[in-house]
Design a protein around this ligand. Structure first.
Ligand code: PLP
Length: 553
């Protein structure tokens, strides 16, 4: 071959003129293909830009890019040499703080770092459980914790011994509570999050198999539960948050409509949402879903058994129309039996309008070496005792039991809400968010001198653990059955709230008198800083530190 870079055979071919013209036509074809590919790329880009512009509007799109740019700039700033080490130091300190707080609650002696060599005797087990129970930190049994443990009373705990029953009856009972058509179907899951994951997965798979959607998009109200964001992240779905503007704080239908495009796999409405306890306009979402032939999920995780029984318990329900399968566009509903169904934690249901929607959440591996395999949802082995506990809760309360619970819980929420909007010490300072109809009431501070998070901290000192909200900054109370039924619990909550607001006002007045600067409390600091950051990676690192601590033995 000598010094020539081309093989001899090719050299000789290139020297022939006929071959040159053939080569030219080949390169023209290549150009054409390149142009077509480029055109397709431009077309795709234009199409995506069009949907983006339509979804967010010109100003919204500009804002979106401005925020993305600001976030990127802030990320670079955080990586600057001096800044980075400072942030690392602060996070290490926060992490140590979290660990010391959590570790302090568990006695050193009862940490089991490995399996015991010999089986424990029943007495040993019992005494260990008693020790752990004594170290518990929360006061939910006295009705002092908002949400989290939506308990149905002591007697129920006792009768929840393991009973072999499958979830079919649980699903059937919940379906009938939500006015499901005869062809409807459902499944039990481990909790609201799994129910939501399943609904999103089913919608994604349906869109893929029936419409060949390979770049799925999901539209949710900005107030929808974080589990939808989890689903979008787990299943690689592009997520759009539709605004829920004041004063109603329900999802804006025109915004949802504009965000719909051929890649949309599912619309979502909360019934009610977790932050504010407000019900989205389900009937209007249903119309939208029908006119675009997209599924609609109703998140009734929190509403659970309260929402379907509102009118039977004598309370107003949503004016816009039915909230369940009677709205024809509703294709799936998540219902947490472990919330206001009073079942033990680890129980929820996902309901579908028909069996083919449920089929899309199934996982099947017909040729697995371990045998033909099928699984209805995320868990492989299922917690039979938990589902039996759910069944037992439902059977032991019956409709009348749930109606009476709904009555007490919603009435307690009304009492609390009325106090916030009418009590002379509260009404100029706090304001209820929107028009809640169920068990949650959220409020914000309308007095610029009073930080709502300082109220949270002060309430916390009085052992009221209220939940902090952001965007807008606020607090909420989720009324539980113990809170509604414990003698004087709601009244003492109102009294404490009044005292706390008075104290905060006095503090502000004292500061003004003495010309002092405002000193923010720990929650106000956390949310103040978190809210102002364009990029939340520092907040994320603190949360990661917290989550790591959960599994530190
Ligand atoms: C509780 C809740 C969920 C699900 O949460 P889990 O903790 O997984 O049960 C979903 N949506 C709303 C509105 C909720 O309040």
């Amino acid at each position: 071959m000598g010094s020539s870079p081309l093989p001899v055979s090719l050299q000789s071919k290139l020297q022939r003129p006929v071959q040159v013209s053939r080569l030219k036509s080949f390169s023209r074809t290549l150009d054409l293909i390149r142009n077509v590919v480029f055109l397709l790329f431009v077309l795709r880009f234009t199409r995506q830009s069009f949907y983006f512009l339509r979804g967010y509007g010109p100003v919204g799109s500009l804002l979106y890019f401005y925020r993305a740019l600001r976030k990127r700039a802030y990320q670079l700033f955080l990586r600057a040499p001096g800044v980075r080490s400072q942030v690392d130091k602060q996070i290490a300190a926060t992490k140590a703080d979290i660990e010391s707080k959590i570790a302090a609650d568990i006695p050193e002696t009862s940490r089991n770092l490995s399996l015991p060599a010999e089986p424990w005797s029943p007495e040993h087990l019992r005494s260990e459980l008693a020790t752990l129970a004594a170290a518990k930190r929360t006061r939910w049994e006295e009705g002092k914790v908002s949400g989290a443990v939506y308990h149905g009373g002591d007697e129920l705990i006792k009768c929840l011994s393991c009973r072999a029953q499958d979830g079919a009856e649980v699903v059937a009972m919940v379906l009938s509570l939500f006015n499901a058509p005869p062809e409807a179907a459902g499944a039990t899951t481990s909790g609201g999050t799994e129910s939501i994951l399943m609904a999103v997965l089913s919608a994604r798979n349906k869109a893929y198999h029936e419409r060949n959607v390979t770049e799925p998009e999901l539209i949710i109200p900005s107030t929808a539960h974080a589990a939808f964001q989890k689903a979008a992240e787990y299943f690689k779905i592009k997520l759009h948050l539709a605004p829920c503007p004041a004063p109603a704080y329900t999802v804006s239908i025109p915004h949802v409509r504009r965000l719909i495009n051929p890649n949309t796999i599912l619309l979502v409405g909360s019934c009610p949402n977790y932050p504010h306890g407000i019900i989205d306009p389900i009937a209007q979402l249903s119309k939208l879903a029908i006119s675009h032939s997209i599924p609609l999920h109703v998140d009734c995780c929190l509403g659970s058994f309260l929402v379907p029984l509102l009118s039977q318990a004598g309370f107003p329900t949503s004016l816009s129309g039915p909230l369940d399968f009677r709205s024809p566009g509703v294709t799936s509903i998540s219902v947490d039996t472990h919330k206001y169904g009073f079942a033990p934690k680890g129980n929820s249901c996902i309901l579908y309008r028909n069996t083919s929607l449920r089929r899309y959440q199934y996982f099947i591996s017909p040729s697995w070496s371990g045998g033909v395999y099928g699984s209805p949802s995320i868990a492989g082995s299922r917690p039979g005792a938990l589902i039996a506990g759910c069944w037992a809760s439902m059977m032991s309360l019956g409709v009348s039991g749930y109606v009476s619970a709904t009555n007490k819980i919603v009435a307690a929420r009304q009492t609390l809400q009325n106090a916030i909007s009418e009590h002379p010490d509260l009404k100029g300072t706090l304001k209820v968010i929107g028009d809640p109809l169920v068990s949650v009431v959220a409020f914000l501070s309308v007095d610029p001198a009073i930080d709502i998070y300082d109220i949270a901290d002060a309430m916390s000192k009085r052992e009221w653990h209220l939940n902090s909200l952001q965007d807008p900054p606020g607090l909420h109370v989720a009324v539980t059955l113990p809170m509604a039924t414990s003698e004087g619990a709601v009244d003492s909550l109102i009294e404490d709230l009044v005292s706390v607001v008075r104290e905060e006002k006095e503090k502000v007045n004292a500061r003004v008198r003495n010309g002092e600067k405002v000193k923010k409390g720990s929650t106000a600091q956390l949310y103040g800083v978190a809210g102002s950051l364009p990029d939340k990676s520092v907040v994320e690192r603190v949360v990661v530190a917290y989550l790591d601590t959960l599994y530190k033995a």
